[in-house]
Design a binder for this molecule. Structure first.
Ligand SMILES: [Zn+2]
Length: 258
């Protein structure tokens, strides 16, 4: 990395942390139908209004020893995790796609994926607005003709997983409506090749996690697992390294056949 890239990279990380802090507000308030633009932030435990010193991303959590300054209740570990995760995603998107307009759309999409994953864990639902936002990011990238995905690939991606999943959902009720819409939105954002990759990776991850959970809990019947976080994680991997991973996987398969 040259000098300029270091400066921009540092700025991107700081921006990611600040936006990540706002994402925590969104994750907390949207499922409760509270506004995210008005009202000051407060401690969820004691409702005490927070001052700026309580709201510095990651650092406040460390300085306060992971506890609220007013009521000493532990602060959810997820707050700094979301901030760091968002900063990491922003940095990686910047490193992969460079200083282009499309990088902004992909960074916004990354934030949406983080938010909907967390809300899905909390509520087992994915609010439509985040799927619409991801689709809009895809429209933006298509309009710019950047990101290395053709319009035809995006259009096929929009339907190639979402339509079959919708068909399956009519027969069984195992697939959530939000997951289907998420596959449609990510399909347009990523193109069909990376959407297939996302389906494959998310299914494998969910299966491994599900089996691990069953073993850990000594198989006490079925637990409803939110699929959204696995789709979000896989879509993020696809966005950052999907093409390279597909190439590596195909080479590996070919080496086995020989
Ligand atoms: Zn408190």
């Amino acid at each position: 990395m040259d000098y300029m890239q270091n400066i921009i990279g540092t700025f991107v990380i700081l921006l990611g942390l600040v936006v990540g802090s706002f994402l925590n507000v969104v994750i907390y308030r949207v499922p409760q139908k509270l506004t995210v633009v008005k009202g000051s932030s407060f401690c969820p435990a004691c409702r005490h209004n927070l001052e700026w010193i309580d709201m510095i991303p990651v650092f406040s959590f460390l300085f306060l020893g992971g506890k609220c300054r007013y009521c000493k209740e532990p602060i959810n570990f997820r707050y700094p995790v979301v901030e760091l995760l968002n900063a990491l995603c922003y940095l990686l998107v910047y490193l992969v796609y460079g200083l282009e307009f499309v990088t902004i759309f992909y960074a916004v999409a990354a934030s949406c994926l983080i938010v909907l994953a967390m809300i899905d864990i909390d509520t087992k639902e994915i609010p439509d607005r985040f799927n619409i936002a991801i689709f809009a990011c895809g429209v933006g990238a298509a309009f710019l003709q950047q990101g290395g995905v053709s319009l035809s690939s995006r259009l096929v991606g929009l339907f190639c997983i979402s339509v079959p999943l919708f068909g399956i959902s009519l027969l069984t009720n195992g697939i959530g409506e939000g997951d289907i819409k998420l596959f449609a939105a990510c399909g347009f954002l990523l193109g069909w090749q990376l959407t297939l990759f996302t389906l494959l990776l998310s299914s494998v991850c969910a299966a491994v996690f599900g089996i691990g959970l069953m073993i850990a809990r000594k198989a006490e019947g079925k637990t409803q697992l939110a699929f959204g976080p696995f789709i979000a994680l896989s879509a993020m991997v696809a966005l950052l390294a999907g093409d390279a991973l597909i190439k590596w996987y195909m080479n590996w398969i070919m080496s086995l056949v020989k």
